[in-house]
Design a protein around this ligand. Sequence first.
Ligand code: PEP
Length: 248
Amino acid sequence: MRRKYIVGNWKMNGHITSLHEAQAIEKAAHAHPGVDVALCPPFTLVMAMAKLCPQLGVGGQDCHTLDKGAFTGSVSADMLVDCGAKLAIVGHSERREYSHESNEMVRNKASAALGAGLDVIICVGEPLSVREAGDAETYVLGQVAQSLPMALLHAPKRVAIAYEPIWAIGTGLTASTDEIAAMHGAIRGALGSAANDVRILYGGSVTPDNAAEILATSDVDGALVGGASLSAAKFVPIIAAGEGASNT
Ligand code: PEP
């Protein structure tokens, strides 16, 4: 049985003054013990949030492939662990696009995260042009095949895949539940012996209004939430929807 996993990605948002939102979210997580809840703030807040909210999984939004070295501006998985992180997101489409991250880089980052003891969320998802051409499944399964590390086979419970159609991220558009079920089923089918343990999350304009329906969709084990994770007022109902979907 896979527990529902609700993860917030604050992207480049949030200051010390935003930590009260994380505290309110932690309180809600405590009130909904049937779901796993995590928040990934900017690196600058990881340590403070991890200290303030010990019952939340606090994570990074990226990590380097290596432990240390001359990589100005980068943060290693080991450094994330050092400041209290429990997980890292890798391969978000914004990093694939703006930082030109290849599937190979994403795979190496995922290996580094697992090696350092972090859980990992590996993001995949197709652009609109690919969906419109009817090639979404081939494209996403290609990303899955090339972005997943071999180490996954030894630790499938520590790995989640986030299916995030790029055209749905931050746009207010969501994939239909039929599209989500079809893609999640295809991803699950590609996971071989890890299929029962790896959680597959949906991401892309998840809100309090659509969360219950999405989280009840077959093969959806949780959600990766951007905009709606910035405030407890929006994120807490999504956590509650996760628990509701776990109980059905
Ligand atoms: C994301 O950035 O991972 C995301 C899904 O964003 P949003 O929920 O804002 O679409």
